[in-house]
Design a protein around this ligand. Structure first.
Ligand code: S3P
Length: 465
């Protein structure tokens, strides 16, 4: 286990492009493997989690060619415009891929090891469950073995799938190909992973499948499948706009597909990775950071609305698109913050950034209250417990509740030692806490950051030069 120390910072300044989006990278590899012929993926995330997905696709028979890292002009590494003439770090954490798919009905039987990748664990069974024949097992590391899969087992069975899990609830999973039929399913938990699993299964089912979302989640799968020619329709009970507040309820309708032809997939920068530098800029006095090429999917950017409500100085400039995904530049500056309340409607739109909300809450005047976030207990760690214990050890006034937490902010953080508990987002949270603290933070188990963000430390330090 490695440790890293992050001292209080004077200011963060510069311009960065975050690494490719992890959620979209997983989907790109899976959809390319499901596709006919060759798919080019531009800017795939080269990190532990997404490598597990490439290994899995190879095990299923897809051919994966890994090219060079993308050139910096097109996709950027983390760039620091404060040093325009200086040496820039080489693009890292991103590779181009050529994937020769096995086709919708072509995966070969295999024992799949998903490593630490919850998204792979939840999405892949959707594709495998509808195969005309074959049997697959999915298993992973200790943390994966604690992550619930009943949320996919139950609806897949309702579609006719033959799926078994340990105690009907936990990995390993065994999937045997079966004839599926479309269903209408209302998601009981707001989960893009569960939704995506069902959308993949629906492609192989007889008849139409409808997935109803009371609280919409990221729609990367819908966008990517549509771009690959699948009959996927999203209907919303309102206009799904904006960085403020909640998204209206909606449903996704999927028609069976004969084939997928993704062709080219471009992966935008990961908002969840960008969020660390964004929060650091908001908290450390004198900071101004420009984040470029960041994916701005409405189901991902809830943190921007929350921070704006807290009084943070954030500008969003939507500049382009990476295929079907919106992409833009975010500028974040330091300034005083106030506490806020975040409830169940906003939670799915900021699910992976909620640990950072707790950190920001330590610096905001008054109380920050998070409710409706019990899902955090089922992430790479129990993030309610680990975030509360971690920040409290650094001097925060913070308490866990059953489905969230309460922070009494304004006092900032003293500093100390934070244990990452093998959770990548907690490791990176500890680093940002250190920069914003009075005495610095040592992060134990810092290597976990590489699950989603190789080069995180170097990139962060480039803003401090
Ligand atoms: C993800 C969805 C979220 C998120 C996870 C990635 C995805 O999980 O926390 O990091 O790629 O669909 P849930 O859908 O289970 O909430």
């Amino acid at each position: 286990m490695s440790a890293a120390r992050f001292e209080p910072a004077t200011a963060l300044r510069g311009s960065l492009t975050p690494p490719p989006d992890k959620s979209i990278s997983h989907r790109a590899a899976i959809v390319a493997a499901m596709g006919e012929g060759e798919t080019t993926v531009h800017g795939y995330l080269d990190a532990a989690d997404t490598r597990s997905t490439l290994d899995a696709m190879r095990a299923l028979g897809a051919e994966v060619e890994v090219g060079e890292g993308c050139d910096e002009k097109r996709h950027g590494g983390w760039r620091n415009s404060a040093h325009p003439g200086g040496r820039r770090p080489a693009a890292r954490g991103r590779v181009d891929l050529r994937i020769h798919g096995v086709g919708l009905r072509g995966p070969r039987p295999a024992a799949v090891h998903v490593g630490n990748a919850g998204t792979l664990l939840r999405l892949l069974p959707g594709w495998l469950a509808g195969q005309p024949r074959g049997e697959w097992t999915l298993d992973g590391d200790d943390s994966i073995r604690r992550r619930p899969v009943d949320r996919i087992v139950e609806p897949l069975r309702a579609m006719g799938a033959n799926v078994r899990a340990r105690n009907d609830r936990l990995p390993p999973l065994a999937v045997r190909g079966a004839r599926l039929h479309g269903i209408e399913y209302r998601l009981p938990v707001a989960s893009a992973q569960v939704k995506s699993c069902l959308l993949l299964a629906a492609l192989l089912a007889e008849g139409e499948t409808t997935v109803v979302e009371a609280r919409p989640t990221r729609d990367h799968t819908e966008r990517m499948l549509r771009a690959a020619g699948a009959g996927v329709r999203s209907e919303s009970a309102g206009t799904p706009v904006a960085i403020h507040g909640e998204l209206p309820a909606g449903r996704v309708l999927v028609a069976p597909a004969a084939a997928l032809e993704p062709g080219e997939i471009t992966v935008p920068g990961d908002f969840s990775s960008a969020a660390f530098a964004l929060i650091a800029a908001a908290l450390v006095r004198g900071s101004e950071v420009r984040l470029e090429g960041v994916g701005l999917n409405p189901g991902r950017i809830g943190l921007l609305g929350i921070l704006t409500r807290m009084g943070a100085a954030i500008e969003v400039i939507e500049t382009a698109a990476a295929g079907p995904e919106p992409v833009g530049t975010i500028v974040a500056r330091s300034g005083p913050l106030e506490g806020t309340r975040v409830g169940a409607g906003e939670v799915p739109l900021a699910i992976d950034e909620l640990p950072l909300l707790a950190l920001a809450g330590c610096f905001g005047e008054g109380e920050t209250v998070l409710t409706g976030a019990a899902e955090l207990r089922h992430k790479e760690s129990d993030r309610i417990a680990t975030v509360v214990a971690g920040l409290r050890a650094l001097g925060a006034e913070i308490e866990a509740t059953e489905d969230g937490l309460v922070v009494r902010g304004g006092g900032g953080l003293r500093g100390g030692v934070l244990d990452a508990h093998g959770d990548h987002r907690l490791a990176m949270l500890g680093a940002i806490a250190g920069l914003a603290s009075r005495e610095g933070v040592e992060v134990r188990g810092f290597e976990a950051a590489g699950v989603s963000y190789p080069g995180f430390e170097r990139d962060l330090r480039s803003l401090l030069d």
